[in-house]
Design a protein around this ligand. Structure first.
Ligand SMILES: [Fe+2]
Length: 311
């Protein structure tokens, strides 16, 4: 059952300062060691975002996924059009490093999962014929709420020049499942047991690159509250508050210092057993959102493609 979940994204960036401020404002804990910044969720022992300073422009270095049966993956990689590669200089010499047919780098690591998240309060809604909450307010004054802290990295969306061949690689070589897609433009892949609706997703672009990392928060309120606060601090683009059709999650995306995105999400579909899940192929009308504000003009622009204008 090879890929089990998302671990981290590693980005090469021009300078660390902007990224450190951004992820601190987003609610992550950041430690800096020389030219490397490591960003993790409060209470977790693993990094979720790693920034390497000194690049000319932002570039996805690799994504790391928790997996098992690494020997089986290694044997399937070439047949799916990829390659097992040497550990890149300066990186952890453990697990398995592979490139997909487009040159995108994955690091597959066998390690224990993080402890289960604590139970969150039930998100109560008074609906017609079904009153959940009587004689008390749902909301406190805004100032009563602490800053939102992401609970865990849930998924990563990357660009691909051929979405369905990227899907073929992660399903055939890495043992993931295609959860849903919208034509050959965007596709969402899950682990085969006990998985968020998507762990890795692909959007069509002339080249590979990083689009967004998505962090779970406790409630839809925290999506809205966290997104608004990060937007006020980052002072760049945003998209949200809204709800996706594919995966069903509430979302708010805030643009990072390099034109890619940070997503807060809540209430995503869960796939217990991929053998009992039927993927859908949605129209483009449902590819991005079920409802929400207008999509920013550069929401699916890949600033990593050589020759494109820089952010
Ligand atoms: Fe997302």
């Amino acid at each position: 059952m090879p890929v089990l979940g998302a671990l981290s994204v590693t980005l090469e960036v021009p300078t660390l300062d902007d990224g450190v401020s951004f992820y601190v404002d987003a609610g992550l804990e950041v430690s800096i060691d020389g030219a490397i910044a490591q960003c993790r969720c409060h209470g977790q022992t693993r990094n979720s975002i790693v920034l390497i300073g000194g690049a000319r422009r932002k570039r996805l270095h690799h994504i790391a996924l928790r997996a098992d049966q690494l020997g089986d993956i290694a044997r399937r990689v070439a047949g799916a059009g990829g390659a097992v590669v040497e550990t890149p200089t300066g990186f952890e010499d453990r697990g398995l490093w592979v490139r997909d047919p487009h040159g995108m780098l994955y690091h597959l690591v066998e390690q224990l999962p993080e402890p289960e998240l604590a139970w969150a309060p039930v998100f109560e809604i008074n609906a017609p014929g079904r009153l959940m909450r009587r004689s008390r307010s749902a909301m406190l004054p805004g100032a009563a709420y602490a800053a939102v802290r992401p609970l865990r990295l849930g998924h990563v969306l990357v660009f691909s020049p051929d979405v369905m061949s990227s899907v073929n690689f992660v399903t055939e070589a890495l043992g993931m499942g295609l959860a849903d897609r919208a034509q050959d433009v965007i596709a969402f892949c899950c682990a085969r047991k006990d998985s968020d609706h998507h762990v890795v997703a692909f959007a069509k672009s002339p080249g590979i690159g990083f689009h967004h990392a998505s962090f779970q928060v406790a409630t839809p309120d925290e999506v809205g509250r966290g997104g608004r606060r990060l937007l006020e601090k980052a002072k760049r683009g945003d998209w949200g508050f809204g709800r996706h059709t594919i995966g069903s999650n509430f979302f708010h995306y805030i643009q990072d210092p390099w034109g890619s995105w940070f997503e807060y999400y809540s209430d995503m579909d869960h796939i217990d057993d991929y053998a009992r899940w039927t993927p859908s192929n949605y129209t483009m009308a449902d590819s991005l959102a079920n409802w929400g504000p207008a999509v920013p003009h550069d929401f699916v622009h890949n600033y990593e493609v050589p020759g494109t204008a820089e952010f």
